[in-house]
Write a protein that binds this ligand. Structure first.
Ligand SMILES: O=P(O)(O)OC[C@H]1O[C@H](OP(=O)(O)OP(=O)(O)O)[C@H](O)[C@@H]1O
Ligand SMILES: O=c1[nH]c(=O)c2nc[nH]c2[nH]1
Ligand SMILES: [Mg+2]
Length: 160
């Protein structure tokens, strides 16, 4: 798979699927981690972090506020709020890693934390310690908070 491919497929995720995948991430993390707290990377990491925090019974939650995409267009990465310290003992949760740009910045800020995402694309996968589901680089993940049901044409009529 070409790791620089622009997304030409979509992977819609329902609330139920996101809940199930985030719980699967919690199961995976439980095997090796007992974090002092969770850092949610806003905004996409907020819902997965809430689900993981509930399953791991963690009540100490902080945020790392980062923005880099305007819809599907990646721009400069802006850190709106950082966190002090090196992240030791903390778990960082984001919804996904795509190019890895956000993950790289997060790791530079909190090098000793465990970084987990629910979804991972190949270019970013080496930058996360844990993830649940891999999707191809040319796929755009559609999260339930960004979508609403609508009619679409058959796949065959959308090709080439
Ligand atoms: O691996 P990358 O190419 O850096 O992409 C992954 C990041 O992009 C999205 O955040 P975005 O900047 O869109 O902000 P949001 O979380 O507020 O939607 C997503 O939530 C990840 O944080
Ligand atoms: O909703 C999203 N879906 C994606 O696939 C993606 N990649 C980076 N940022 C993203 N946001
Ligand atoms: Mg994000």
């Amino acid at each position: 798979m070409n790791e620089s491919a622009a997304p030409n497929k979509t992977f819609p995720v329902s609330w139920e699927e996101l809940h199930r995948h985030s719980k699967a991430l919690a199961w995976r993390l439980l095997e090796t981690l007992n974090p002092v707290g969770i850092v949610a990377v806003t905004r996409g990491g907020l819902v997965p972090a809430a689900i993981v925090a509930r399953e791991l019974d963690v009540r100490l939650i902080d945020t790392l506020c980062i923005a880099s995409y305007d819809d599907q267009k990646q721009g400069d990465l802006t850190v709106l709020k950082g966190i002090e310290g090196d992240g030791e003992g903390w778990l960082i949760v984001d919804d996904l890693v795509d190019t890895g740009k956000t993950a790289r910045a997060v790791r530079a800020m909190l090098p000793k934390a465990h970084f987990a995402t629910v979804y991972a694309k190949p270019a970013g996968r080496p930058l996360v310690d844990s993830f649940v589901t891999e999707v191809s680089q040319d796929t755009w993940i559609l999260f339930p908070w960004d979508t609403e049901p609508m009619s679409v044409p058959p796949i065959v009529s959308r090709k080439g």
